[in-house]
Design a protein. Structure first.
Length: 477
């Protein structure tokens, strides 16, 4: 170990790193208020990976000997094991994971360990750790979103000829294929994955070597660390490197919007599982009961998927408010980046996974969907379009059919009777009211809700999913 055990070390367990400048002990409530260890302990693996690369770089530029390098790397290996198996003893002065790792490395590696923080600040270190973390966890989140997309495509493929009412204003509008409805959610989540990839690409810049804010007089090689850690590039500006949290804000937005998409699926599941709709029956594994009402089967997963959007929107808004007005460069305000980010990534991953399970196992009640969609009023647009094909201006056709609907509702006559007696319509138009999915088959325009277009769309969705699962899917993994 060290040849001088008595020399004061900034890493002594009982003393903070800055005890040389501020010899007085920190107040308990200062520690309680400023400590970040309870949450940034999640950066441990990234901190160790970053420290390994830093030590190798310092050795490459001659600041450490290769013997010192081996000793520090061995100490980092030991710290990694201690953290993994729970043997790591945290000290009261460990205000964050960076301090804890460095202290332990110095205990284990003596003088060589005390060189670990050469030409490095916790400011560039924490920025590095967080970027490594989002690369790792972003890839895990991406897999959950892809899994959900896979379920939506599968259920759309399995939906076959099933159709249901499409709604606007939650009023029945026109029938749509069930596959069409499910794939609408698929495309929204595909955009979330694209946005995630773009945010992760912008996070793919190494800040290590920026020091506290201005770089260093010591020989460092930020490109070498960036390469070793698998980053695409290193920072261009040391001030920006330590104060940029755009990637956190962007990821919070990506997560918030994706959770908003899940909330819309959640809301539909809530509606569809109600007795009033009855379009979906939940598998027991994805339903909850009531503590008082024996008959209940509740869609709590869907409700929480809906509710968590509020929380993620709050995290985004809160973090933007924190960032606003922070002068260059590092300020402790930036420590507030981690909890909302960790929470957003965790929440969205769990919600995507639980909704994927719910949708994979739920039973679509296509009989109820058909019954609701075969309402003859749902064919009103088809009647208007029938008239358009006969040369009637659309606005006139709309008014004529609207008048028939009004009469049907006011006089209690069927649409069939009214269509038969309307000279502009007659028996030929009656076929449009036939039910049995006849209306949905008329949705033939590109990207439309009819069976032919949905079959095409299913191929496009399958291809898009394969693309996103392909090489781009390796991003950050
Ligand atoms: N725990 C701190 C954070 O999360 C690490 C950086 C501390 N830097 C400093 N100058 N106090 O931001």
């Amino acid at each position: 170990m060290t040849d001088d055990e008595t020399r004061p070390r900034s890493q002594d367990a009982a003393r903070p790193l800055w005890h040389g400048r501020i010899p007085g002990a920190p107040a308990d409530d200062l520690l309680a208020f400023t400590v970040s260890l309870p949450f940034d302990v999640r950066l441990a693996a990234d901190d160790i990976a970053g420290s390994r690369a830093h030590v190798r770089m310092l050795t490459g530029t001659g600041l450490l000997t290769s013997e010192e390098c081996s000793v520090v790397l061995a100490a980092l290996d030991r710290v990694e094991r201690e953290l993994a198996d729970g043997a790591f003893a945290f000290a009261p002065s460990d205000e964050d994971i960076h301090t804890a790792v460095e202290r332990r490395v110095t205990e284990l590696a003596g003088d060589a360990g005390a060189k670990l923080h050469t030409a490095r600040s916790r400011n560039d270190q924490v920025a590095l750790d967080l970027r490594l973390y989002v690369r790792r966890e972003g890839a895990a989140l991406r897999r959950r979103l892809i899994e959900l997309m896979g379920v939506l495509v599968q259920r759309a493929a399995d939906a076959g000829d099933a159709y249901l009412p499409g709604y606007t204003h939650l009023q029945r509008a026109q029938p749509v294929m069930l596959g069409h409805h499910l794939l609408a959610h698929f495309w929204a989540i595909a955009r979330d994955v694209e946005r995630l990839d773009q945010a992760l690409a912008r996070a793919d810049v190494s800040p290590l070597g920026a020091g506290a804010l201005a770089g260093t007089s010591l020989p460092v090689d930020p490109d070498a660390v960036a390469t070793e850690l698998g980053f695409s590039s290193r920072f261009e500006n040391s001030l920006d490197a330590v104060s940029d949290r755009d990637f956190v804000a962007e990821l919070l937005f990506v997560c918030a919007l994706a959770q908003v998409h899940l909330s819309r699926i959640g809301e539909e599941v809530v509606l569809w599982t109600s007795q009033e709709f009855g379009f979906l029956a939940l598998d027991d594994a994805y339903a909850t009961g009531s503590s008082m009402l024996p008959q209940k089967k509740n869609p709590d997963v869907a409700e929480l998927a809906r509710a968590k959007a509020g929380r993620l929107i709050g995290s985004l808004a809160g973090f933007l408010a924190t960032l606003k007005g922070i002068p260059l460069a590092y300020n402790r305000d930036l420590q507030e980046d981690k909890e909302p980010l960790f929470d957003a990534l965790d929440t969205l991953s769990l919600a995507a996974s639980a909704l994927a399970g719910l949708l994979r196992t739920g039973e679509f009640r296509t009989d109820r969907m058909t019954e609701a969609a075969d309402d003859s009023l749902a064919a009103a647009t088809d009647l208007a379009e029938f008239l358009v094909r006969k040369g009637v201006p659309f606005r006139d056709a709309h008014a004529l059919v609207g008048g028939l609907v009004r009469q049907a509702l006011e006089r209690g006559v069927t649409m069939e009777e009214l269509v038969m007696t309307e000279p502009a319509l007659g028996p030929e138009a009656l076929e449009l009211l036939g039910g049995g999915g006849v209306s949905v088959t008329h949705r033939t325009s590109p990207g439309g809700a009819g069976p032919e277009r949905v079959a095409e769309q299913l191929l496009a969705a399958t291809a898009r999913l394969a693309e996103l699962e392909g090489p781009a899917g390796e991003v950050g993994s």
